[in-house]
Design a protein around this ligand. Sequence first.
Ligand code: SAH
Ligand code: DHB
Ligand code: MG
Length: 225
Amino acid sequence: MIEHRPEPQWVSVETFLTDVVVRPDSPLTNAVTSAVDAGMPPIEVAPNAGKLLKLLVQLSGARRVLEIGTLAGFSTIWMAQGLPDDGDLVTCEYLPKHARVARRNVDAAGVGHRVDIRVGAALDTLPGLQDDSRGPFDFVFIDADKENNPHYLEWAIRLGRPGTVIVMDNVVWEGAVLDPSLDEVNAPGIITALEMMGADPRLDGTVMQTVGSKGWDGFALALVK
Ligand code: SAH
Ligand code: DHB
Ligand code: MG
């Protein structure tokens, strides 16, 4: 992780936008507090990004969502709130403790019946989704260990279909995409995944840079052709 020092103005503006436009409900804000209380890292998406995920789920008409990287379930709840009644979401989380906190949070948010949490390294649990015929997923959110982003992108295509929407978080990483020496663990996977988005004939993509409480970062949006 690269330490980010958000400009105070970015954070004030984000707070304003969150209060006036985004308006997360109390189960969502409680999910963030629960993660702090449990000593988990504060690395969930910002509320305005979470709301964007919900809207993208709705705009794409997604019924089946796949998430890689659950943490306390903040992004999970946002996306599940965008699903229709018969929709469902599978989320992959490595740490059992995170999965337990997330289970409580998605249940408290009233979307627990739509959420299946698969515990383990995602590269070990993703093949099971194929075996269980859980796909094709209409929408995939990639937000776990950045080293494996190229593999997760490949899995998103494999478990998706033409028209599947893929969102990848943290693709600017405080500018480390231009200077991998800033983070030799995570930057290479982020860069390779971006190169794949640009060059792979199965994908069409773009990236939005973001600033706010989470520092300087960005998310990639891609469509499976
Ligand atoms: N999407 C969440 C944040 C996820 S943080 C939100 O915005 O609310 C990244 C999560 O990925 C952490 O909980 C971490 O434990 C998990 N993770 C790390 N490596 C993983 C792996 N190999 N497989 C699955 N999850 C992993
Ligand atoms: C980290 C992971 C994230 O998904 C994120 O949005 C911010 C930070 C991290 O592992 O440091
Ligand atoms: Mg992230």
